[in-house]
Design a protein around this ligand. Structure first.
Ligand code: GLU
Length: 504
């Protein structure tokens, strides 16, 4: 496909239209490469993806890397990796050029000057030759007179033609500022926040083009969105207050503004935003802790959006089917770690035994793995008890090191056991376990049950103490016979003997 001509002269509204079905949406996810994918950003990516995919739309990835101070090496790869892992695949992006590239903002820098000049020529923007010193002085005076600080005083707004030409001829550095209307109101409709109206008097004549010829973010994102044919802009609501200025730019160019969909922030609690500092804020942190990427995505879907019914677990295609951006909530979304755990648990339960085993193996790792005599059996017991993969090692730490437990643990009202009955039970079990063949859960269980029947006691009375003796803790992934097989005969005998010593 021919590269799109991004200059005002080359730009032809009709030719820029992509070959997409009538009414389909074009959206973009425009992250800044900061080395880290905040869950709030990933949620925006998801909502942006879903909005495009609901029809036969186009989902664009645009890297907004013009703030060089925030740029981090390898950060673009984090973005690619996160979106790929979660299945939010982009139709066009830096690595998948379409007709409206480039898709990296820093590579688009040549585009903006001509567009800003076009606005100057039409009287909708102006050259500002104010020096940094003058602006500083202006700010000081504003402070001294008790005015709000910061707004440019429009000193260059009405310079004469001659003065402007003279300055340009003499190479006086300039910025280009947007000429805001001095009266009236500007309004726009946001799909979530409704009708928003501001007094034009409140809007600063903001800089569009800096003295080095580079655009400000506020200018670049509007021009980029338009040239890329974006029909629906989804982003964090921190951009809500800038949107009137963006809207005026669309108006100045005679362009149709996109549908705005601003999403509320993701909060840690009622007062604080979820931030990098509190560990759980990034996608990578959650994956490292053992959350499944599908579960994280599913949780983020529900973090600030509610489906029509009670359904909670959604595959990506079900998300697309059920998506309605109008159902995004207006109030801040509070990140709920318990709900995330619950959803993760559902996804872990739904894994096939083989998938779970592979994931568990990766978490358990080398040394401990070599001490597990029957990994599939351990995994069968772990899977229904695991909410977060990263917690597996805690659950099975007893395999390597038997905790120094108290004999009180042998007390169980329901099983009618206590240290006394445990001593008796373990004494009965020891010779059976020393000789039983084959060493399988069924054979061990059958032999124990046979013995219990012979002695006219309940199975639990024999087997409960076995579990405690083998794990030294009450909560174990499996009952006594399974634990015996997982630990192997040698360790089992050793641990029964050590329990008997404790009980003597
Ligand atoms: N680069 C901006 C950010 O990461 C995106 C703003 C937008 O989507 O318009 O916050």
């Amino acid at each position: 496909m021919a590269q799109f001509d991004n200059t005002p002269n080359g730009y032809d509204e009709k030719n820029s239209k992509r070959d997409i079905p009538e009414g389909a949406k074009v959206t973009r996810f425009a992250p800044s490469p900061t080395g880290y994918m905040h869950v709030g950003n990933l949620r925006t990516a998801l909502y942006t993806f879903l909005t495009a995919k609901q029809g036969d739309g186009v989902f664009i990835l645009r890297i907004e890397d013009t703030d060089q101070c925030r740029k981090v090496d390898g950060a673009v790869d984090v973005i690619y990796k996160t979106l790929s892992e979660t299945g939010l695949l982009w139709d066009e992006g830096p690595d998948k050029p379409g007709s409206v590239g480039p898709y990296v903002q820093s590579e688009r820098m040549g585009i903006f000057k001509a567009w800003a000049e076009k606005l100057v020529a039409e009287g909708k923007a102006y050259y500002c030759f104010c020096t940094e010193e003058r602006l500083e002085k202006m700010r000081e005076e504003q402070v001294a007179s008790g005015m709000a600080v910061g707004s440019y005083d429009r000193h260059c707004r009405d310079l004469s033609k001659e003065e402007i030409e003279k300055n340009l001829k003499n190479g006086v550095p300039y910025v280009i500022r947007q000429k805001m209307p001095l009266e009236g109101k500007t309004s726009f409709d946001d799909l979530i926040y409704g009708h928003i109206e501001v007094d034009n008097r409140e809007l600063e004549d903001q800089v569009l083009l800096k003295s080095d010829g580079m655009p400000t973010y506020n200018f670049a994102n509007v021009v980029d969105d338009h040239l890329m044919g974006i029909t629906h802009v989804l982003r964090g609501n921190e951009y809500l207050s800038s949107t009137p200025k963006y809207n005026l730019l669309y108006e100045s160019f005679g362009w149709t503004p996109p549908t705005y969909i601003h999403c509320p922030p993701v909060m840690k609690d009622a007062h604080q935003k979820l931030s990098k500092r509190n560990g759980d804020a990034s996608y990578q942190d959650l994956i490292a802790k053992g959350y499944l990427s599908e579960a994280v995505l599913n949780y983020l879907l529900l973090l600030g959006w509610s489906p029509e019914g009670e359904k909670e677990i959604f595959s990506l295609s079900e998300m697309i089917e059920s998506w309605d951006p109008a159902r995004i909530s207006k109030s801040p979304a509070i990140f709920d770690p318990l709900k995330l755990r619950h959803i993760n648990f559902e996804y872990i339960k739904a894994l096939s035994p083989e998938e779970f085993l592979e994931k568990a193996k990766a978490v358990i790792g080398g040394e401990l793995l070599s001490e597990i005599r029957d990994l599939p059996l351990l995994c069968k017991n772990l899977q229904p008890r695991t909410e977060v993969l990263g917690e597996i090692n805690e659950q099975i730490a007893f395999i390597k090191t038997l905790p120094d437990y108290d004999t009180e643990l042998f007390c169980n009202k329901k099983m009618k056991t206590d240290p006394e009955t445990a001593k008796e039970a373990l004494g009965i079990l020891l010779p059976i376990l020393e000789s039983i063949e084959p060493w399988t859960p069924d054979a061990i269980f059958a032999a124990c049950a046979e013995k219990a029947a012979e002695l006219e006691m309940k199975n639990g009375k024999l087997l409960y103490p076995l579990g405690i003796a083998l794990a030294g803790t009450r909560s174990t992934p499996g009952g006594g016979t399974d634990l015996a097989v997982i630990l192997g005969r040698e360790k089992t005998i050793e641990r029964i003997k050590s329990a008997l010593e404790k009980l003597n």
